[in-house]
Design a protein around this ligand. Structure first.
Ligand code: ADP
Length: 506
């Protein structure tokens, strides 16, 4: 037998009075508000008790008044215009509007109306309305619309993706950045809009992590329709249904192009400053180096003069007569060449190359390089490294720059005149924890005043007449970039100690 609708069931009841009684009872108990209205001015003929819960009125207060009196003024006109022309779809018409409650505030109602016609004349006899509170839905709709507006107007690229990794929606920023303004992108594979490497990262890391914890964050590059690369910080969210299964994904990508350009510029700027500072340090060493070069040149002149003299005395000379001065000249010329090469290396502008370096060896070279400056300042450099230290990670020129800054500062701080006692700059290198080496450069100068201590590593802080004040700032940032630390302290015996750490490669 065909199932009857409740209404058909009721119609089937033979007793009309019984049918009306049941209908009235259903209306009385319904949480929806059921009302009957006159067709002309929508006066309430009947209203169910739900009116009290929904709007605050008693039944008696409402029966007899026109629904038009309680519509929101902004909706009334709409109603009047529409009412006569309303096309009741199969006798039913649903609309949402604001209605005044007893306390004066307006609430949203959703009503379904139905005309009851006179079976004889087919004229409208009355209108039956079922209304329910729609304020929650309207609020939720509003909140959704607000969210959608935010989504559309944000500068971040927002993409919704289906479970098969096709795109279902892109916000305006994404459509613009990915150059899809005039393209139908729906159901396009997500892989079109991410670089190959980026997509692999998403598949290997992003989606599995979002599936597990709900979200994932990572840096990767997206790609526009015309293959323009867009570096982004991407937040991937997995959205689940109430049943718990993942329904879809959303991707919010923050464009890092400008940040990357700024970072690149900053890196370039930093490299320029580092280079300038190396030139300045070399300038500080210049007079000592000139002196150091002068010595081998003078020695070579002496050796050659010796040979010249021997030729003058004897027309015929054997190899054994000139071997010693010639081989000494060569050694001395090579030493002078070595100094010049080091200067050129140090002052050349080049990209850092991170390698494994023997730190004691590097310190030794720098000590040798500064030896003549130390001598001229009545300073002795002491350096006795232990023999079995592991190599460190770093760029050779950068570490030379740090060491040179500290050693030159220490010599300058300890400088004294020839008739005074020689002071010592002590350099030590030793293991620091399990995976670092620590270098200490200790001098016997005046030490650092409390006021200067806090500004020591600020850019352009210098107490020297010709100082640039960049050496320590640069040294600290170079060491920190390599994962180490650089700090200064005064030592009880007087003088300052500068220490820094570097990671070993083991
Ligand atoms: P500059 O050598 O051009 O002044 P630095 O950044 O290398 O720039 O040093 C900044 C300042 O730190 C120096 O001017 C000096 O006042 C102080 N300073 C650096 N090394 C020492 C040291 N060994 N003893 C005392 N003061 C020091």
């Amino acid at each position: 037998m065909k199932n009857r609708t409740p209404e058909e069931g009721l119609t089937a009841l033979t007793d009309d009075a019984e049918r009306n009684r049941l209908l009235a009872e259903m209306a009385e108990q319904s949480t929806d508000m059921i009302s009957r209205h006159t067709p002309e001015d929508w006066r309430f003929i009947y209203v169910s008790p739900a009116v009290t819960h929904l709007l605050g009125y008693t039944v008696e207060e409402v029966v007899g008044i026109s629904a038009y009196d309680l519509y929101h003024p902004d909706d009334v006109e709409d109603f009047r215009l529409r009412a006569p022309t309303v096309n009741y779809d199969r006798g039913l018409y649903t609309h949402t509007y604001r209605f005044r409650c007893k306390d004066g505030h307006y609430t949203w109602l959703e009503s379904t109306s139905r005309t009851i016609r006179d079976p004889k004349t087919n004229g409208i006899r009355e209108i039956l309305v079922v209304s329910r509170d729609a304020s929650h839905r309207i609020k939720a709709d509003k909140a959704n619309r607000r969210l959608a507006r935010v989504l559309e107007s944000t500068q971040d690229l927002v993409i919704f993706a289906n479970l098969d990794f096709t795109v279902s929606h892109l916000n305006e920023a994404a459509r613009t950045a990915l150059e899809l303004e005039r393209t139908d992108y729906s159901a396009s594979p997500l892989s079109w809009f991410v670089t190959e490497k980026g997509f692999r990262k998403l598949m290997d890391e992003g989606f599995p992590a979002a599936g597990e914890t709900g979200s994932w964050r990572g840096e990767l590059a997206m790609r526009s329709l015309n293959a323009v690369r867009i570096p982004v910080m991407l937040e991937l969210l997995a959205h689940r249904s109430l049943q718990g299964g993942i329904e879809y994904y959303s991707l919010v990508a923050h464009d890092l192009t400008e940040k990357k350009v700024a970072e690149e510029q900053l890196k370039q700027y930093q490299a320029d400053i580092d280079h300038a500072s190396r030139l300045v340090t070399m300038g500080e060493l210049a007079s000592s180096l000139a002196h150091e070069l002068n010595q081998p040149l003078a020695a070579m002149v002496n050796y050659l003069r010796g040979i010249e003299r021997r030729f003058a005395d004897k027309a015929m000379l054997s190899w054994s007569d000139v071997e010693l001065p010639i081989s000494r000249s060569i050694r001395t010329a090579l030493r002078a060449g070595g100094i010049i090469h080091r200067m050129m290396d140090f002052t050349r502008k080049q990209e850092p190359v991170i390698t494994s370096l023997n730190l004691p060896e590097l310190i030794r070279e720098m000590v040798d390089f500064c030896e003549s400056m130390a001598e001229r300042n009545n300073v002795r450099i002491a350096f006795e490294p232990p023999s079995d230290l592991p190599p460190v990670r770093g760029d050779k020129i950068q570490l030379e720059q740090v060491l040179l800054n500290l050693i030159v500062n220490a010599i300058e701080a300890s400088a004294s005149s020839e008739d005074e006692d020689v002071t010592t700059v002590d350099i030590r290198v030793e293991s620091y924890g399990s995976s670092q080496l620590q270098v200490e450069v200790e001098d016997q100068g005046q030490g650092i005043s409390e006021a200067d201590m806090s500004r020591l590593f600020d850019r352009f802080f210098s107490t020297k007449d010709t100082g640039l004040g960049m050496g320590l700032a640069i040294s600290r940032s170079l060491v920190e970039n390599l994962g180490g630390e650089l700090w200064a302290e005064n030592i009880p015996a007087g003088g300052a100690r500068f220490s820094f750490t570097l990671n070993t490669t083991d």
